[in-house]
Design a protein around this ligand. Structure first.
Ligand code: TMP
Ligand code: MG
Length: 286
């Protein structure tokens, strides 16, 4: 039905079910569709030319806005907690408090750095952040068809907005749930706003935003895109859901995690740095 689903990067536990969901969504029409996507390592590339690409946090960590002592401490946190994030031998219950610890420590360190709001755009410009190949079509097509895109990220809202703004694709159909920086009157970072969003509380994050989902109640069909198992909860706030198709990017520790991704995501994309498959699905659905 959709040629791209035969790409070598695509794995599906139940291809027939995927076809059924897509057919049902197509029949309902694109005016019933909404897209909910994670940001880091889902809309952005995991690696380019063999080198890891930065997350929102890493964009700051690697920038001139952070002292070298602080860089060392953030690197130590990354080396400690990232292996826990992707460790499939530990349960979510076991990992959750450790993820809260990581985010809290990282945000405390960032706040100590007296980061100036007006410097963020340069930090993004000078970074190696890259949206996945095919991002222009993805963002522009959703905009042209008035399909709402919710970017639901445990990264940093100010940074991810800047990444998509600089790429020229921050259109009016895009909404963002993320951790936003709070600046004092002189434009210096003093805290992060609201409830912390980390990798395993996207369900709670969704529940705090019932107004958004209430507005989109005429769109009960969801295309969900993520790279972590925590991303599977991003659509928990959707009202009267009819169909959901979950696309999961499996970027790292592929062999160890393949089975759990296949069990939980409808379409699994293995080491795929492009948006080719989501774009093909969107083209089919619109
Ligand atoms: P996401 O929800 O947009 O994918 O963002 C979460 C990612 O951010 C997750 O993969 C871990 C990463 N991260 C860092 O790279 N550095 C940090 O200091 C923290 C707290 C998270
Ligand atoms: Mg991610």
């Amino acid at each position: 039905m959709i040629a791209e689903l035969s790409n070598p990067s695509v794995l599906m536990k139940d291809p027939v079910r995927v076809q059924e969901i897509l057919q049902s969504m197509k029949k309902a029409g694109s005016n019933t569709l909404q897209v909910i996507s994670d940001f880091d390592m889902t809309l952005t590339r995991f690696a380019y030319n063999g080198k890891r690409c930065p997350t929102c946090h890493n964009i700051l960590d690697n920038s001139k806005l952070i002292s070298s002592d602080c860089k060392d401490m953030l690197k130590e946190l990354l080396d400690t907690y990232y292996p826990i994030e992707i460790d499939c031998s530990r349960s979510v219950e076991e990992k959750l408090p450790l993820m809260v610890e990581w985010w809290t420590k990282a945000h405390d360190l960032l706040v100590e750095q007296k980061i100036r709001k007006e410097m963020l755009s340069t930090a993004v410009q000078e970074s190696e952040a890259m949206l996945r190949e095919g991002y222009e079509f993805f963002f522009n097509h959703l905009h042209e068809h008035s399909i709402p895109l919710l970017i639901f990220s445990a990264g940093i809202g100010d940074i991810l907005e800047e990444v998509i703004r600089q790429a020229g694709v921050f259109h009016s159909n895009v909404n963002v749930f993320s951790n936003y920086m709070d600046f004092d009157d002189s434009g210096v970072l003093k805290a992060f706003k609201g409830e912390l969003i980390h990798i395993y509380n996207k369900r709670e994050g969704a529940m705090l935003n019932t107004g958004h989902f209430q507005e989109l109640r005429t769109r009960p069909n969801v295309l969900l895109m993520g790279d972590s198992l925590g991303d599977l909860n991003m659509a928990d706030g959707v009202q009267d859901m009819e169909n959901i198709l979950k696309i999961g990017y499996l970027n790292d520790k592929v062999e160890e995690r393949k089975q759990s991704y296949l069990n939980l995501y409808d379409v699994v994309l293995i080491n795929d740095e492009t948006l080719e498959v989501p774009n093909a699905l969107l083209l089919y659905l619109t």
